[in-house]
Design a protein around this ligand. Structure first.
Ligand code: BJW
Length: 240
């Protein structure tokens, strides 16, 4: 029934795994001014504070044994079914889609597990915490790795591929994102313009300004498996 599906995920899909969201009460931004930890200027002003912030989040993912939940697993099932052409793009920098079994996805805001050379932009899997001694192997002299994270004012990763997928999709689904950060917040407009079916999955009730045609309210761990089952069974998802 549906052939080309683009799925965008945000912090809400990982919330039930124990990873904090950004803008909810008690979210990540509660204790950190955004401009301190999520801008190039904040990093330039205090690299140690920023490195500590991302090192702590990476350690949390490893040490606390945070696992994928049913929503991540359902999306991996959809990919593996090969019944549809799936383009999965996440704003999340955690690795829970991979832990859930997804093999093809795009991390448009980067990945906690990687550091990036500020000169060549080459990425490196982190084997030790970010800090003055964690340097690239691509430059002479070696450069200190920065977090492989897209901060405000920086260009998200893979925009050409994302636009191409959106321009050809017949369904666009957003899961667990507040739609407050661009360009991701504008993907629904592109999908609507090309005539795709647009569905939002969120714990919160429908926002009257929301551009999605349908709103599946509830926990991602419950609504996403239901959505995937419907798609795989050839049933319509064009309802609230
Ligand atoms: C559940 C749930 C459950 C909870 N089940 N649901 C003015 C107008 C327009 C744009 C701009 C502007 N001024 C500046 C800009 C651009 C700026 C921007 O958007 N600013 C806004 C604040 C206005 N954007 C940028 O700078 C971006 N770059 C850019 O625009 O480059 C130029 C460009 C031009 C043209 C084309 C392309 C590019 C870069 C943005 C980088 C964002 N980086 C961050 C930080 C990453 C590092 C880190 O992790 O620390 O990425 S910000 C942060 O927000 C993070 C997230 O990926 C992102 C989105 O957050 P998300 O995922 O939506 O989380 P929340 O917490 O907001 O929402 C969670 C949702 O889940 C809620 O709705 C809950 O209800 C729900 N939920 N539990 C289902 N169990």
């Amino acid at each position: 029934m549906y052939q080309r599906i683009v799925i965008l995920t945000g912090a809400g899909i990982s919330a039930e795994s124990g990873v904090k969201t950004f803008r909810d009460e008690d979210g990540l931004w509660e204790s950190h001014p955004i401009e301190d930890v999520a801008t190039p200027e904040g990093y330039a002003a205090n690299p140690t504070l920023v490195e500590d912030f991302y090192n702590a989040r990476w350690q949390q993912l490893i040490n606390e044994g945070i696992s994928a939940n049913a929503a991540h697993v359902a999306l991996a099932t959809l990919e593996q079914s090969q019944q549809v052409e799936l383009f999965l793009v996440t704003q999340n920098i955690d690795n829970l889609h991979e832990k859930g079994g997804s093999r093809k996805l795009l991390h448009m805001h980067g990945e906690l597990s990687k550091g990036r050379c500020p000169r060549s932009q080459q990425t490196f899997m982190l084997t030790e915490a970010l800090g003055p001694d964690n340097v690239c192997t691509c430059c002479i002299p070696a450069q200190k790795l920065r977090p492989h994270v897209v901060w405000f004012g920086e260009m998200p990763i893979g925009m050409d591929k994302i636009h191409q997928a959106l321009s050809q999709c017949d369904v666009f689904i957003a899961i667990g994102t507040s739609g407050s950060v661009y360009p991701a917040a504008g993907f629904v407009d592109i999908a609507n313009q090309v005539g795709a079916l647009t569905v939002n999955v969120n714990l919160a009730p429908r926002d009257p300004h929301c551009q999605f045609q349908y709103h599946w309210q509830g926990k991602a761990s419950e609504r996403v498996p239901a959505l995937v089952n419907a798609i795989l069974a050839g049933q319509s998802i064009a309802h609230d």
